[in-house]
Write a protein that binds this ligand. Structure first.
Ligand SMILES: [Zn+2]
Length: 130
């Protein structure tokens, strides 16, 4: 289990190297390859053993990787592609007409059943006719 200041930390903790941003498994910290700095930052195993110059190279490599791919302030949102297979207005209209026709048919069946039950109820309540 990962420990902070000697105390165990519960639950998943997402760890990333403070220098090069690679993910660091909690087990790497436990096993001593990756380390926490005195201020609590996590360094990956490579950055722990790297010289300051090597750390700078790793940091620059990361910055170069993202140099041409970042959100642009003020730019329009990236358009979301229209879902494939989105129904056309004509097919949606046809589907709605079928749904309305089906609803009318269900209403007619319910009304017939209601009339049948009402007739039976009134027949049972009415005194026998002779
Ligand atoms: Zn690192």
């Amino acid at each position: 289990m990962t420990k902070v200041d000697g105390r165990p930390v519960r639950g998943p903790e997402l760890l990333f190297c403070a220098n090069c941003q690679v993910s660091v498994a909690a087990t790497e910290l436990d096993e001593g390859g990756a380390r926490r700095t005195p201020k609590g930052r996590v360094f990956c195993a490579a950055c722990v053993v790297a010289t300051p110059r090597e750390r700078a190279v790793r940091r620059r490599a990361l910055e170069n990787e993202f140099a041409d791919d970042a959100p642009i302030r003020g730019a329009a949102a990236v358009p979301v592609a229209t879902p494939v297979g989105r129904p056309s207005a004509a097919s949606e209209l046809a589907a709605l007409r079928r749904a309305v026709a089906g609803a009318h048919a269900r209403i007619a069946r319910l009304e017939a059943r209601l009339a049948e039950l009402e007739a039976r109820a009134s027949g049972a309540a009415a005194p026998p006719q002779h």
